[in-house]
Design a protein around this ligand. Structure first.
Ligand code: SF4
Length: 343
């Protein structure tokens, strides 16, 4: 069986190529095509000799998922629906902004965490993405960008990345590798709903990456209604894990707070949030809830959003209202649900 080439860490790929009798510079030529030029078609790798190409064809799978659909929003964000080998669908979203090109990638098909505001959560857990399926999203985005550079990566697409920790960590190692994409750790963020033991595990692995936590309420009973994971790991436990991670990391934590009018935006919510976040080295992103069909909530008005931000003025940290991207193509936070196309 062929091994997906994008699933192999460059260090291991180099060893395999040398063991097969080829010179190390053949490996360096290959990874330049794979990662610097984002070319996955062997016939386009013009400086490789025929015997090396034959070896590659006989041993590795260079295929990428097919792009089943791509939609570009008014704000320039592009959502890709990708079809995997087994026919499952995932989505990733490319968000250009000035010189910055951020890709939001998926880590699972569906998700088992069932957050009430999230379309992916409604699908349930189908399966984890393999390492090459995670990497493929980055390579396809790089191909789409052509001369422009992909600058930032966020694991905030479909699925809970810490629920597929081994494959996500392997993909991060490839992305950050000198012979991979050389992605700077400070331009990569992993976002979690609060899987406490996995936050500790990630911290202890020493992987360099920024951490974002989807908080959405600092009151346990309310957070439980939005995010069932709170019934397993409460806010005290979550905060301890965040503090632990922060000690191992050079970067502030990002707390994400989806604002839902009539649910988590009154004085009591602001007081609880101020208490929760006040002594964490973090920044707070307030995000307007994006409507998802079948869910009862609405987005806040600009006035409601700024009033909530004002209620948090006592917080000694940066509190920003983050612009939602791609709402008109269902590409914004909580709206990714490619599987609904198939079912
Ligand atoms: S928000 Fe994240 S963790 Fe929650 S259901 Fe959606 S994909 Fe899963």
């Amino acid at each position: 069986m062929l091994i997906p080439v994008y699933a192999i860490h460059p260090d291991d790929l180099e060893q395999q190529i040398i063991s097969a009798g080829f010179k190390p510079y053949r490996f360096r030529q290959l990874v330049k095509w794979l990662y610097v030029k984002a070319i996955n078609n062997i016939s386009q790798m013009t400086d490789l000799p025929a015997d090396f190409k034959t070896y590659l064809k006989e041993n590795y799978d260079f295929s990428l998922p097919s792009i089943k659909q791509s939609l570009t929003a008014k704000d320039g964000s592009t959502k890709f629906v990708l079809e995997l080998r087994d026919g499952e669908l995932i989505e990733c979203v490319l968000m250009p902004e000035g010189n910055k090109n951020t890709l939001c990638i998926s880590s699972q098909v569906g998700c088992s965490f069932g957050c009430a505001f999230c379309a992916t959560g409604k699908l349930g857990h189908v399966r984890n993405l393999q390492v090459d399926e995670i990497l493929s999203q980055v390579i396809l985005a790089a191909q789409f960008l052509q001369e422009k550079k992909l600058t930032n990566l966020v694991f905030m697409g479909m699925g809970e990345p810490l629920d597929n920790l081994d494959n996500v960590v392997s993909s991060i190692r490839i992305l950050q590798s000198d012979y991979g994409l050389q992605f700077s750790p400070r331009r990569m963020t992993i976002s979690t709903c609060g899987v406490v033991p996995k936050i500790y595990e990630l911290a202890e692995l020493g992987i360099k990456i920024k951490l974002a936590v989807s908080l959405n309420s600092a009151i346990d009973y309310k957070r439980q209604q939005l995010m069932p994971v709170t019934k397993v790991y409460n806010l005290v436990e979550l905060k301890q894990a965040i503090m632990f991670f922060r000690k191992q990391s050079p970067w502030r934590i990002t707390l994400e707070y989806i604002m839902i009018p009539g649910f988590n935006m009154d004085e009591e919510d602001a007081r609880a949030l101020t208490k929760f976040a006040g002594d964490i080295s973090c920044k707070l992103n307030l995000i307007s809830y994006n409507r998802v069909d079948g869910l009862p909530w609405r987005s806040p008005t600009i006035k409601e959003a700024t009033a909530f931000q004002e209620r948090l003025r006592a917080l000694p940290i940066a509190v920003t209202i983050r612009k939602s991207r791609g709402t008109d193509i269902s590409a914004a936070c909580g709206q990714l649900a490619a599987q609904s196309m198939n079912k």
